[in-house]
Design a protein around this ligand. Structure first.
Ligand code: ZN
Length: 161
């Protein structure tokens, strides 16, 4: 059985950046189970898993455009330190929190603090990065009608409802 639209696919994976640093891995954890063609995983990886089958090892290089996108300048903002109030006393570079925006809460990271101004970046941490995946396909099955309707996998590794 090969991977195609509406396959339920189980993979183990390791994700590295261009320097070979491991960013994420399923090693020692439950494998990832996803519904193929439902945008459950990034499009660049999904494309390269199409047509593969159980037992296949896939080395996939994914461009930022087909990964987490390119950094957007508008998501980088400078905020006066005074705006943080008393609740955050020790703001440090690398700190993550939810910022309230007109579009609702957005996860941001503090990237710089200078002269009372805090720079926060709401881009995905992997935006602009080329991604290198080592994937092994461990199971493939057809999705149920209900899974296709919901756009996600049910049962082990998926939604339990
Ligand atoms: Zn569901």
């Amino acid at each position: 059985m090969t991977i195609k639209i509406n396959s339920v696919v189980t993979i183990h994976y390791e994700l590295k950046d261009s320097d070979g640093e491991v960013l994420d891995s399923s090693t020692g954890q439950e494998p990832l189970v996803y519904l193929h063609g439902a945008s459950n995983i990034i499009v660049g990886l999904e494309e390269q898993l199409e047509g593969k089958q159980i037992g296949d090892q896939v080395v996939a290089r994914v461009s930022p455009e087909k990964g987490y996108g390119l950094p957007v300048e508008a998501l980088i903002q400078q905020v006066p330190m005074a705006a943080f109030g008393d609740e955050i006393k020790n703001i440090e570079v690398g700190m993550r929190f939810q910022a309230d925006t007109e579009q609702g809460p957005v996860p941001v990271v503090v990237t710089a603090i200078e002269e009372g101004m805090v720079t926060v970046d709401g881009n995905h941490p992997l935006a602009g990065k080329e991604l290198h995946f080592d994937v092994s396909v461990t199971a493939v099955r057809d999705a149920s009608a209900e899974e296709i309707e919901h756009g996600h996998v049910h049962g082990p590794g998926g939604h339990q409802h």
